[in-house]
Design a protein around this ligand. Sequence first.
Ligand SMILES: [Zn+2]
Ligand SMILES: [Zn+2]
Ligand SMILES: [Zn+2]
Ligand SMILES: [Zn+2]
Ligand SMILES: [Zn+2]
Length: 407
Amino acid sequence: MKKIISLITCLVLMMTVCITASAAGSSTLNGNGSVAVGSNIELTVNVKDCADASSIAVAITFDDGFELVSGSWLKEGSIKVFDTAKNKGSLGGLASPNVNGNLFKLVLKAKTVSADGEKVNVNVIAKNGSNEILNVNASKTVKITCTTHKYGNYTKKDANNHTRTCSECGNVETKAHTWDKGTVTKKATCKEQGNTHYTCTASGCDATKDVAIAKTKTHSYGAWTVTKEATCTEKGAQERVCSICSNKETKDIAALGHKFANAKVEKEATCTEAGKESGECTVCGQKTTNTIKAKGHSFGKAVVTKEATETETGLKTYTCSVCGEKKEEVIPVLNTESEVPTTSDTADTDATSSDANTDVDVDADADADADADSSNEGGFNGKILIIVILAVVLVGLAVVLIIKKRK
Ligand SMILES: [Zn+2]
Ligand SMILES: [Zn+2]
Ligand SMILES: [Zn+2]
Ligand SMILES: [Zn+2]
Ligand SMILES: [Zn+2]
């Protein structure tokens, strides 16, 4: 039993050792994947999961395309060494036993173009006393590109992009296709979509694409055909068909309305009573009746049936020439006081107020003209009269003087 327990203990110890050894940490080399020829690239060594250490060392190897410029420690220690000639360095008397994180930085100069890339490797060894607790390699392949690429023709990459590759450094440039104006390979109709074919204008790229043109909304209709005739009272219908897509369009035909004709007078209208006429639609036979308006009396000239005197009114009578209906009108009493203005008996008899009115009107209206006229005439005539009298007096005086002198 004791043997079995000790055996299990041994196995457990061995497993623990194994796990510890396998979990002894790792290292990576971080930085850009490419650098232009003639330029420097900076790479950083990063350590992970390393146990506490007392010293650590790095040894760098790289392909011919690179040249080491410098190397520097990123942790503090009393002994800090890096030999650029041997590409090796060491750090001792560590300020902190924790070497995890960014540990070392190296700067390389790219010398020659390398499309496949140049490999850089850093061997990291950590020790605790004389015990090696870490021995790992961190590596990275870095492409060295040209400063001015020598691109060849484009090749189609996918539906959207094409690529071209530098013959010197293998750098691949990806860009979107440059489409031409396109050619309509199929015109759109009201029935089917059309198509435009596009080609990429980049030399070497054979990409093409087809873009649908939407159906048109204009149809190619034939003539209207009546599908239902309109009647006097009901609307009809007509339709036309598109010769391309057979789309139908319908439209109403308005009801025609009755055509009444051959009106027959049922009852003639008289002077005072309305008449009636009947008619019939010549199309559908629909009957109708219309009212004929009463004509009204046709009174002619009045006949004086009693003359008016200065004291009594007279009478005049109108007779309808159609039905004989009579209408009488009083003739006013004759006015003797103002015989002169015979022009309008009524005006005189109407009222004195109207006289006043007309006076005012005449004055107002003809003020300027008539007044001026009359005053002018009167003034002119008066002046002539005075001149004539003066002349006669003067002539008379002259004659008297002449007679007296002769004596
Ligand atoms: Zn290049
Ligand atoms: Zn293209
Ligand atoms: Zn159509
Ligand atoms: Zn009708
Ligand atoms: Zn009448």
